[in-house]
Design a protein around this ligand. Structure first.
Ligand SMILES: C[S@@+](CC[C@H](N)C(=O)[O-])C[C@H]1O[C@@H](n2cnc3c(N)ncnc32)[C@H](O)[C@@H]1O
Length: 360
């Protein structure tokens, strides 16, 4: 049987079985469901003529009551009133016996963990390993698989996957005069020909790409109202006085200008930056929102988080985005904020922002 053929044939049969058991009183046992499934298979394979002459019949109640709903779902039977074939009792009894015997065998032969896994699968539930039964596999180690976020595996770091998703979504903001920190790679990649002038800020001299050397905590030499867009990806954790840096960002943005910032929630220390300027902070959506809402109007601050326990574990181990499935990367659990993104707009006309940080 081909894969496709198997799937398309099995589905209606399974559905028939479900329907047969769903109209029964109470919760049917597994063996009853199996028996119902066998009934459906048997009926599909040995369909009696519509007249039903000599054909066995399923009576209402035999498998929990075959009402009109089941009747309508029988594929290929034009006549709903036609007598239906009946599964011999010994077959359903046999099915129940097989299930019981398999269970007994599994209890005796299978290790505890495997039995629990099978049990969860059988019940259609997620397997939760009890204490002492977690399989750590390759992750049972005291050092990460990579300390370079997977870059040494030739891949895209998980946080960069989310940063790039965020910048793609807001690429239309990246235009006019744009400031980025360290280099202009995101300005070029996401701003394209919308960018009329590109600047690069670096905290210390020696970066050939830098057009501005400045500490964002206090940068009086950068004129106010200068930039249409500031790309501030993964910079704030390395600045001890974050509120002052955000005030500078707000000051040097033009009215109507936008800052696109990202900060880590769950992350290892960035050793390179720790040794140069210090790695001070990890953030949450709450702290990020409050920090920006101290300076920007609350309504102009959009904060989002990306991540879940699996991608956070992978990220801490230095696995790359390509090592996870798209659905795993796109599942976001509010309790596992791996990366936080902030988009804030400086009002076109000056607005005084409340000093309580926009707390609700
Ligand atoms: C991890 S890099 C992030 C750079 C880049 N935006 C990115 O997405 O990878 C951290 C940057 O923070 C900058 N930085 C650290 N302290 C700073 C400060 N007080 N003012 C301005 N920039 C600072 C450094 O120039 C450094 O390039």
């Amino acid at each position: 049987m081909t894969r496709d053929g198997g799937a398309t044939q099995a589905r209606p049969l399974a559905r028939q079985a479900m329907l047969v058991q769903s109209v029964g009183a109470g919760r049917p046992s597994r063996s009853r469901v199996l028996a119902a499934h066998l009934t459906a298979s048997w009926r599909a394979g040995t369909r009696a003529p519509a007249s039903g002459a000599g054909a066995p019949e399923i009576r209402g109640g035999e498998l929990g009551g075959a009402g009109p709903r089941v009747e309508r779902e029988r594929p290929g039977t034009g006549d709903a009133s036609a007598p239906r074939p009946r599964l011999p009792r010994y077959v359903s009894g046999l099915a129940r016996a097989v299930v019981r015997a398999t269970r007994r065998l599994a209890r005796r032969m299978l290790p505890d963990g495997a039995r629990r896994r099978l049990g969860a699968l059988w019940r259609g539930r997620e397997y939760l390993p009890p204490a002492g039964c977690v399989r750590f596999g390759d992750l049972r180690r005291l050092t990460p698989i990579s300390r370079k976020w997977g870059k040494d595996r030739g891949k895209l770091p998980v946080d960069r996957y989310y940063i790039e998703t965020f910048l793609t979504r807001h690429a239309h903001d990246i235009g006019g005069r744009v400031l980025e920190v360290q280099d202009a790679s995101y300005t070029r990649r996401f701003g394209g020909n919308r960018v009329t002038r590109s600047d690069v800020l670096h905290a210390a001299p020696g970066n050939a790409q830098a057009t501005i050397v400045a500490d964002l905590v206090s940068a009086p030499h950068i004129a106010s109202d200068t930039f249409d867009c500031i790309i501030l990806t993964q910079v704030l954790p390395f600045i001890q006085d974050v509120p002052s840096a955000i005030r500078t960002i707000h000051r040097i943005l033009r009215p109507g200008g936008v800052v696109l910032a990202t900060v880590p929630g769950i992350s290892q220390i960035v050793r390179h930056d720790m040794e140069r300027w210090g790695d001070y902070w990890r953030f949450t959506t709450l702290s990020a929102r409050q920090l920006f809402a101290r300076v920007f109007p609350t309504s102009s601050v959009q904060v989002e988080a990306y991540g879940n326990v699996l991608v956070a574990t992978a990220f801490l181990h230095g696995l790359a985005a390509e090592e996870l499935r798209p659905a795993e990367l796109e599942h976001h659990d509010a309790d596992f904020e791996l990366l936080i993104t902030i988009r804030a707009t400086k009002p076109a006309v000056e607005i005084l922002v409340a000093s309580d940080g926009g707390r609700p």
